[in-house]
Design a protein around this ligand. Structure first.
Ligand SMILES: *[C@@H]1O[C@H](CO)[C@@H](O)[C@H](O)[C@H]1NC(C)=O
Ligand SMILES: CC(=O)N[C@H]1CO[C@H](CO)[C@@H](O)[C@@H]1O
Length: 548
């Protein structure tokens, strides 16, 4: 993936191109590729289990090679079409995907990214704090160009990593023995600006640059129509874009790193003028200025936000929920996102990343969007001989009705992951009376993220009796939701804390090795199934298209 486009032998050998084109055309007829829709074997109902629907998952033999998508030997893509390769949208060469991770977690996170959504982004770079490789992919050291005198003592952890690597000491933090991840985090803040500079240098001609972390997932197929639409509204070469999920710290707005941020060519040119792209004196000056800032700052995404605002004059635009800081079970579902398309997901566990990919595959087949191609897409694009340029799209693509595209929505994620798992049967109270709540013990449904009543909060002036009482027992907290908060659809109780939420959040089991009572103390979650169903159907009614 680090191979520069200039080394492509096709550029140099027209004869080779001819032979390949002939081969392609042959295999096109031989395999009937593209001429008929692949047979679809999906159920109409919801998938039977969390691993997705049996017959749909045609990915037992996952063949993920870069050549399967891009060429340059191209024919692979055609020959493998009839085997069990995952379905994918059209590849996006014109956006560079830049993944930032760290040496102690890279092996547990990045490989699954590379096996799932990354092949849709043939120009992907992986940055860590140590030079290494994953399979054929080179991992660059994001700190290699950081000025040691500006970074100060934080770099001692970085030197330690190099020492450990040289000594053949294991670096993975699977058992937590690497200990001070805090220090790993202290290194992280120095990476963002150098990664930005290097990513731009490696692919100076791309329309877009997307920066994510090792625990970020993408709903990759949604990105092609998204970038088409964006490019039609903002010329990527002339109209600067710095989009993400905006966070604010000390009045500096920045795109939250884990949610991913998108920067286009125009915005990068404002930060690094084209004639300075390889001017090492200028770049060193730029890096030093922001390394200095990083050493007194908390986070690298903030430093990058500052650089974009101060030097480039481009301030981040808040484009939530497309850029998403949560994953399927931690997202609060609500009318504000239920019908929106998903771009990124964050805090994604390795096993969740696989499930999110299975979900995307399931949806693509269900909506038929695995067959979708933009207007003006040719056999050459399909075979990997020609790259799609978002800044210079064919005229047909500029006028294509993108509303026809069936994006994968939060609604779909709810249906796929949650609808079947949601506890639905209300329970009896200790005194035998029926409640409205279905419960889960040792479970955190994150209701506290919306409204949390706790010991401090109930002391505030104006706190009502039911609010004060809600923190005293699980029963009171449940009643607060059922009786006192009209919009409440779920609650969470733990000693001294009562969370009440008008949004739906599934949450997760809390880990505990102790007794049932100890486990229960960590928290109990309740949902009001009747109210949940009512809310979900209200939100659902607003979603365009009905293929659910
Ligand atoms: C770095 O900071 C100095 C001092 O504030 C400033 O003069 C210079 O232009 C900055 N350089 C870059 C590339 O941002
Ligand atoms: C797993 C998880 O998110 N746990 C949260 C449970 O709720 C408390 C607050 O009530 C948080 O501090 C935990 O992080």
């Amino acid at each position: 993936m680090l191979a520069s486009p200039a080394s492509n032998p096709l550029r140099r050998s027209p004869l080779l191109v001819c032979i390949l084109v002939v081969l392609c055309i042959q295999s096109y007829y031989l395999f009937g590729y593209g001429s008929q829709a692949a047979p679809r074997h999906f159920h109409d109902g919801p998938p039977p289990d969390r691993f997705g629907p049996g017959p749909l998952v045609a990915t037992e033999t996952v063949i993920v090679t870069r050549t399967a998508l891009v060429g340059p030997s191209g024919t692979n893509a055609l020959l493998q079409k009839n085997t069990n390769i995952p379905v994918r949208g059209p590849p996006m060469h014109d956006i560079v995907l830049s993944i930032k991770t760290g040496a102690t977690v890279i092996h547990s996170r990045v490989p699954i990214q590379l096996l799932t959504f990354v092949p849709n982004f043939p120009n992907t770079l992986v940055y860590s704090d140590l030079k290494s490789k994953i399979g054929d992919i080179k991992v660059a050291d994001a700190l290699a160009r950081v000025s040691a005198d500006e970074a100060g003592s934080s770099l001692k952890y970085w030197r330690k990593l190099q020492e450990l690597q040289a000594q053949n000491d294991g670096l993975s933090d699977t058992d937590g023995s690497m200990g001070d991840l805090k220090e790993g985090w202290a290194l992280d803040k120095f990476k963002n600006v150098p990664i930005l500079i290097e990513t731009y240098q490696k692919f100076p001609g791309a329309s877009y640059y997307l920066f994510i972390d090792g625990d970020t997932s993408l709903i990759s197929s949604n990105w092609f129509p998204y970038l088409m639409d964006l490019s039609r509204k903002h010329d990527p070469i002339h109209s600067p874009i710095y989009w993400g999920s905006m966070a604010l710290l000390n009045n500096v707005p920045f795109g939250h790193g884990g949610s991913g941020y998108l920067i286009n060519q125009a915005a990068l040119r404002k930060l690094i003028p084209q004639d300075k792209l390889f001017d090492e004196t200028f770049l060193l000056d730029l890096e030093r200025n922001y390394t200095k800032l990083a050493s007194s700052s908390c986070c690298g995404d903030l430093v990058l936000g500052q650089a974009m605002t101060d030097r480039a004059g481009v301030t981040v635009k808040h484009k939530w929920p497309w850029y998403q800081g949560e994953t399927w079970w931690s997202i609060p579902y609500h009318e504000s996102n239920f019908c929106s398309a998903i771009g990124t997901l964050h805090h994604v566990l390795t096993e969740d990343m696989q499930e999110i990919w299975d979900f995307e595959q399931y949806m693509l087949k269900k909506t038929g969007m695995d067959q979708w191609r933009p207007e003006g897409w040719t056999e050459e694009h399909e075979g990997g001989f020609k790259e799609w340029d978002f800044s210079n799209m064919p005229r047909e693509a500029r006028s294509q009705d993108l509303k026809q595209y069936k994006n994968i929505l939060f609604r779909d994620m709810y249906d796929y992951f949650i609808a079947r798992k949601l506890p639905r049967v209300p329970e009896k109270d200790d005194d035998g009376t029926m409640t409205q709540s279905a419960r889960r013990v040792g479970w955190d449904n994150r209701s506290w993220k919306e409204t949390e009543w706790n010991k401090d909060k109930v002391k505030q002036d104006g706190a009502l009796d039911w609010q004060k009482n809600s923190i005293l027992s699980e029963r009171n907290c449940r009643i607060a939701c059922e009786v006192h908060e009209k919009n409440c659809i779920q609650w969470y109780y733990r000693d001294g804390i009562c969370g009440l939420s008008p949004k739906f959040n599934y949450g997760r089991r809390l880990r505990n090795d102790g007794t049932y009572d100890e486990w229960k103390k960590l928290g109990v979650s309740g949902w009001l199934p009747e109210r949940v169903e009512k809310k979900i159907s209200e939100w659902r009614a607003k979603c365009p298209g009905t293929y659910a």
